[in-house]
Design a protein around this ligand. Structure first.
Ligand code: NDP
Ligand code: 8X3
Length: 252
């Protein structure tokens, strides 16, 4: 049984990853800000034979809350084998000259600083055991930029750079670091990006088959189950109808 800690497990990709690993009998730590969603997922996971679950409710933007939450885990749960740095968001889709500074700060604080706080706390625990696997959920937006994507793309470029940097720093400790960079996946992502405008969000996924959160979960599970001598450093996964961050084959 391995211990897997997933940030942002209350929705979308993180939730699907939690369920995928739980189905196979693992010890799962689910995290996010919405306690009711954590409770619901905890119940679901308890229904899987052989899996154990604990939930930690915290905001990755608050360093003390991150540290306190991880400190609160019992000793055996601190033996984290796999960290899935997934919590993240886009907020707004505006040109740089019209961007909302609050949106920018939310994205930078969550996607970059939040990921760093969680990693800073968990990497030493992995180093103590000289084993572990950090899987960062980046984005195609970390490979290319697109109109009005500016700050979101910058945060995901930071995740791309940090994934490479972590891999170098973790090398001597035998800890794997992987980045999974998805293209469009239908989750709550666009609803959050458009500040709750569900109609606008649903249009993002019209005219083609987007990725499902489960597609990313299956990919993460495959990557996490490779033999000890094999690592996938970086994986860009897109819907077949998406050739680049802004090149689509959509049916009107
Ligand atoms: P969702 O909005 O469905 O899920 C986002 C998750 O992140 C939620 O569980 C949310 O939990 C959590 N989260 C957001 N902010 C915080 C915070 N401050 N503290 C703790 N948790 C937080 O979107 P996705 O599943 O699509 O997104 C997951 C990751 O995948 C993100 O990093 C996103 O950038 C990336 N991604 C998404 C793509 C897509 O097309 N959907 C494509 C490429 C990458 P809660 O609100 O409960 O805190
Ligand atoms: C989410 C995918 O293309 O909206 O990271 O940036 S995209």
């Amino acid at each position: 049984m391995r211990t897997i800690l997933i940030t942002g497990a209350t929705s979308g990709i993180g939730r699907a990853i939690a369920i995928k690993f739980a189905e196979q009998g693992n010890r799962i730590v689910i995290t996010g800000r919405r306690q009711n969603r954590l409770d619901e997922l905890e119940k679901q996971i308890l229904g899987f034979e052989k899996s154990e679950v604990k939930s930690l409710c915290f905001d990755v933007r608050h360093k003390e809350a991150v540290y306190e939450a991880i400190d609160s885990l019992p000793a055996e749960w601190k033996q984290i084998d796999i960290l899935i740095n997934n919590a993240g968001l886009a907020s707004g889709l505006n040109s740089i000259q019209e961007g909302d500074i609050d949106d920018w700060e939310k994205m930078i604080d969550t996607n970059v600083k939040g990921l760093l706080y969680v990693t800073r706390k968990i990497a030493p625990l992995m180093i103590d055991r000289q084993k572990g696997h950090i899987i960062n959920i980046g984005s195609i937006a970390g490979k290319e930029v697109y109109p009005n994507g500016n700050v979101y793309c910058a945060t995901k470029h930071a995740v791309d750079a940090l994934s490479k940097a972590m891999r170098i720093d973790m090398l001597q400790h035998g800890i794997k670091v992987t980045q999974i960079a998805p293209g469009a996946a239908e989750t709550e992502f666009s609803k959050v990006r458009f500040h709750g405008d569900e109609e606008r969000a649903s249009k993002v996924y019209q005219g083609y088959q987007p990725l499902m959160a489960e597609d990313i979960a299956d990919t993460a599970f495959f990557i996490a189950n490779l033999p000890p001598h094999v690592n996938i450093n970086d994986l860009l996964i897109v819907p077949t109808s998406q050739a680049s961050a802004y090149c689509w084959n959509k049916k009107e």
